[in-house]
Design a binder for this molecule. Sequence first.
Ligand SMILES: Cc1cc2nc3c(=O)[nH]c(=O)nc-3n(C[C@H](O)[C@H](O)[C@H](O)COP(=O)(O)OP(=O)(O)OC[C@H]3O[C@@H](n4cnc5c(N)ncnc54)[C@H](O)[C@@H]3O)c2cc1C
Length: 341
Amino acid sequence: MKNEYDVITIGSGPSGLICAITAVMGIPIQQTPLFTGLILEKNEVGSFVRFGRLRITPKWHLMGNDVLNYLMKDVHDAGIVVKTKEEVIQTDLKQAVKMVKTDKNTYYCKKLAVCTGFFPYGHLAGNWKHIRVMFSPIETEVYYIPEETGYSVAVMGGKHGTVDTAVKLKALRPDLDISVIITDPGKEVLPIKEHGFLKGKLFRGTVKVKKEKNNTIMLDIFKQDKKGKERKCGEWAGRYILVNYDSYIHHTQTTSFLNDPGITLHNGYIKVDIQGNTGVPGVVAAGNIATPVSGVVTALSTGFTAGLNLNQQLHQELHNKKPLHFPWLSMDDPDDHPLFS
Ligand SMILES: Cc1cc2nc3c(=O)[nH]c(=O)nc-3n(C[C@H](O)[C@H](O)[C@H](O)COP(=O)(O)OP(=O)(O)OC[C@H]3O[C@@H](n4cnc5c(N)ncnc54)[C@H](O)[C@@H]3O)c2cc1C
């Protein structure tokens, strides 16, 4: 079948890359790939991870760029096809051969890995100088906002806590010109009436960068009309976007293409077992989309486990037996391996 692969991985963050490598190459690493793989990424490879210092401990960090470059070398050597700027918009997981539709193409696979993370602003990765992701309460974050009068700030995030964050910021820095951008879809009325300073400055929709010039970033804000077409509904220009990272702990938006009843979503997150299995045979999930713990170590670890799981499944289907695993204890019956028995 045209466009068919053994494994498709959605997302090219740390979890998606390592999952794809392990699914195709297996452990022990083979000289040649055992299976065919495709990675679909809606932004650039790794999105924002490329620009980050990934702290492992308070004093030790890895450069995101290095992590991605090493992984991409292995992806390339494994012959895995990578398509960027292709967003997965629909899946059909009912059959043994699964359908994955993007905004450009339709693909088919025997196994699918969902590694879409929970951070929905990868497309803003190139604009870091204007963006600060909040990892601390606003009382701490406020110290990073320069003390200049007339400074325009947009507090952006999902609906959880984003307006409240803006209100607290206004109390701490009354001089700031503050707007709010809620990027969650949904129709709930927001509690904004009592906050007069937000009048006419609360936007709701998805954002795209229109222009970045000198110290100003300009955003266009879009909403879907009844026919599902994107329509511009607002614009914002300012110096600084403060991302309410915390809001995505309460609801992520990166699984909207999944509607199979076999997949259990909780606030947009995917429920999996310890091997990364979802409720649909042949479909795994890994990384931030499936774990409450955010971080590159967890992403790599769960991606590796889920990839190995898919590799075993493919191997079993092709050769009617499980592949061997390091340490090579039981040559006859891999089920005797102490980890599995
Ligand atoms: C600013 C910032 C700083 C951080 N600092 C640290 C740190 O210091 N230490 C640390 O350990 N962790 C840090 N993290 C967290 C760490 O980056 C994440 O835990 C890790 O990247 C998660 O990996 P992942 O592969 O699960 O998801 P992601 O890295 O989020 O990758 C998911 C990928 O899927 C793509 N995608 C999503 N939906 C679709 C779709 N429909 N179709 C196609 N592609 C799609 C996205 O564009 C993205 O590239 C930080 C995160 C941020 C935002």
